[in-house]
Design a protein around this ligand. Structure first.
Ligand code: SF4
Ligand code: SF4
Length: 334
């Protein structure tokens, strides 16, 4: 018999929950889909032109990155879906830290430096919230897809998006030098900040059009690096996060990222993900020491906190490089 408040654990229940969410949100997005028919135009011809202004005036680029052809945006969604699938395969089935690092570098190069950090699921929280609350605001289908895809994957497999696909996580992952453990209570207290930030971001986004602000994008600490441009204070903030991130594993992800909060909620439903099980590992504790994100408790990976880095597998004496290079077969030792 099922307990009255049992979490949604079976695939059937997860699918029912997803269909329910779709039925709830679908009409709102379908209604706003009409906005997709409007072609993007920048009405610069109605403003004074460079030749009218004179003095060597050059019209500034007001939008970064520049709008792209629709099929390019669809390609981004396809690549995002492919990267998520690869992350799941590499971590859940291959358990390969080496190839997760390769994926991390590739996604940082494409979604970070080439696509200049836009469009990203983290910022899309605001677009989705405004689309749901303002009838005059429409968002492209690709933004909707970018918002939902990582959450959908998290419902089934955990935070695969954080494991090498997200450029913000990737840049922090690659600078991590010598992680120091954060005391559990402090870690948990700081972890609540991301929900406060999520609430603030939603509150600023649902203001009337003239007062609206997208604070997640405005205060994105790494986008200035991706665009090789930005305010000095944001470059300094990003640099500060990277410096701190050399010793504290992914501080932005663990304590501030509002999308990380949503992924954590969704990943609680996941049946598959990083699994440290006695039948495959030794329960020696090396994995817990190797996890820089405090995501292993009582020798088990905590789904909501696990950032899919696969370090725990790499440090396992039974199956990681330690086992293959030193030819250790602890199971043979009796
Ligand atoms: S927690 Fe946020 S910033 Fe970090 S990898 Fe996940 S989505 Fe990206
Ligand atoms: S449990 Fe820790 S080390 Fe293992 S994949 Fe998750 S975050 Fe990485």
């Amino acid at each position: 018999m099922t307990a009255p408040h049992a979490p949604l654990r079976t695939p059937g229940r997860r699918i029912v929950a997803l269909i329910g969410a779709w039925l709830l949100l679908g009409p709102a997005f379908a209604d706003r889909g009409r906005g997709q028919a409007i072609q993007y135009e920048r009405p610069v011809e109605t403003a004074p032109q460079e030749e009218d202004i004179g003095g060597g005036y050059v019209t500034p680029e007001v939008q970064k990155p520049q709008p792209r052809a629709y099929w390019h945006e669809v390609l981004d969604v396809v690549l995002l879906a492919a990267a998520l699938g690869i992350a799941v395969w590499l971590v859940v089935w291959r358990r390969s830290r080496k190839w997760v690092v390769v994926l991390t570098v590739g996604c940082l190069a494409y979604f970070g430096f080439y696509r200049k950090g836009c469009v990203c699921p983290i910022g899309s929280i605001q677009n989705v919230v405004v689309a749901l609350t303002d009838p005059a605001y429409a968002i492209p289908i690709v933004v909707t897809a970018v918002f939902f895809l990582p959450l959908l994957v998290a419902v089934f497999f955990g935070r695969a998006f954080c494991g090498g696909v997200c450029p913000l996580g990737a840049i922090q992952e690659l600078v991590l030098l010598k992680p120091v453990p954060v005391p559990r209570r402090l870690d948990q207290a700081l972890g609540l900040l991301k929900y406060v930030y999520l609430g603030l971001a939603v509150w600023f986004a649902v203001q009337p059009a003239g007062l609206r602000d997208f604070v997640i994008c405005r205060f994105d600490p790494f986008v200035s690096f991706f665009r090789r441009d930005g305010f000095a204070h944001m470059l300094a903030t990003g640099g500060g996060f990277l410096l701190l991130g050399m010793f504290v594993g992914r501080p932005y992800c663990r304590y501030l990222c509002p999308y990380g909060g949503l992924l954590a909620w969704c990943s609680r439903l996941a049946k598959r993900g990083v699994t440290i099980t006695p039948d495959r590992e030794l329960d020696c504790g090396l994995c817990a020491e190797a996890c820089p994100y405090g995501a292993i408790e009582k020798m088990r990976a905590v789904r909501k906190d696990c950032l899919y880095c696969a370090r725990c597998y790499a440090y396992c004496p039974r199956q990681g490089p330690v086992a293959t290079t030193k030819l250790v077969s602890l199971s043979d030792r009796g």
